[in-house]
Design a protein around this ligand. Structure first.
Ligand SMILES: [Zn+2]
Length: 347
């Protein structure tokens, strides 16, 4: 039996709703969901667990744990693979936590702080028992096979299989990550966790984000781009915003408008497809190109404080060579190919 000792009660759903014994697949992920499945009827962890036990309304879905502000409900032993992401790969390598909160709009941290605490404590416990790194993965890290914590939305972005974007665009990832780290370290050390005080945390209001901004909204923006989530809007986040604007053929302001943030979360936006179109552009001296090519060159030039005129000249080449020779693993060939672009746009 593999169930967290944090579980307050246990029910079991119909076996046809899970994917059978997960082994020999190793556990790699904890997937964080919020109960978009059940709309406003998600009234608590126990109610969600009963929903699964009673057949999930005829849907073939299952997950391991449900959480609310008071309790953790187990509905599937960890030895089984659930059906919760739409991707059989992710399902067979993950443990799922469904937060019994339905947040169609803004995550109000004050209302959900206890649920966040319960969920973070459970996440840390799952990570410790299963040797999962207690860190949020970026899309790139997920693609590269690293293990860690992911959202249902990130699973969708990388592996598809669903239109779900939970836990939603304003989920406070930075606060959640701090809580998980705190519980993880405390459980490892056998002591009490240092609880992050959300009362001093910002309330998330939709707003345009720009260089110098920080907080949950920036963290979510970064996760949408597959960047390292640190909640600080720095030059890499700005470059990613400009790359997205480039892909959308809009003005390259580097400011993430509310519309851009929504577009980034739009499952129909095919951001990943766009990424693969614009990232591999090779830039080098002597190559001429479209306005799009020049825009790429301009972004690259700005990295070095050069005039962003879009012409890959001798100075741009020299800056590129100097940059490449200082980065281990990069070939100093003066060509801005995929791996060199990657140092700018990816973590
Ligand atoms: Zn989900």
């Amino acid at each position: 039996m593999a169930i967290s000792s944090l579980a307050d009660f246990k029910v079991s759903g119909p076996t046809r709703n899970h994917r059978g014994v997960r082994k020999p697949n190793p556990l790699k992920y904890v997937v964080i969901h919020s109960a978009v499945c059940c709309g406003g009827s998600a009234t608590g962890a126990e109610a969600l667990a009963r929903y699964l036990r009673d057949g999930a309304g005829g849907r073939r879905v299952s997950w391991h744990y449900s959480t609310d502000k008071n309790s953790v409900a187990s509905s599937l032993d960890e030895i089984y693979a659930g059906r919760h992401t739409g991707s059989s790969f992710v399902d067979t390598h993950s443990i799922a936590i469904e937060m019994a909160v339905y947040v169609p709009g803004e995550w109000d941290i004050t209302n959900y702080k206890q649920t966040l605490d319960k969920t973070a404590e459970l996440t840390a416990d799952i990570c410790i028992r299963n040797n999962i790194t207690p860190e949020l993965l970026t899309a790139t890290q997920l693609r590269d096979g690293q293990n860690g914590i992911i959202s249902h939305n990130l699973s969708r972005i990388v592996y598809g299989g669903t239109t779900h974007t939970d836990p939603g665009p304003t989920f406070p990832w930075d606060i959640f990550a701090k809580k998980v780290t705190s519980y993880f370290n405390a459980q490892k050390a056998g002591g009490a966790p240092v609880i992050i005080d959300e009362d001093t945390a910002e309330q998330v209001e939709p707003r345009a984000l720009r260089r110098g901004d920080s907080g949950s909204a920036v963290g979510f923006l970064q996760s949408g781009f597959g960047l390292k989530v640190d909640g600080a809007f720095g030059p890499i986040t700005e470059a990613a915003v400009r790359g997205f604007q480039l892909a959308q053929r809009t003005e390259l302001t580097g400011v993430a408008s509310i519309e851009l943030q929504e577009a980034l979360q739009d499952p129909e936006a095919e951001w990943e497809v766009k990424t693969s179109r614009w990232l591999p552009q090779n830039l080098y001296r002597g190559k001429s190109g479209s306005a799009l090519y020049k825009a790429f060159v301009g972004i690259w030039q700005e990295r070095f404080g050069l005039e962003p005129d879009g012409i890959f000249d001798k100075a741009t080449q020299a800056a590129t060579l100097g940059f490449q020779s200082g980065v281990p693993g990069l070939e100093a060939d003066g060509v801005v190919g995929r791996s060199t672009w990657g140092t700018l746009f990816l973590p």
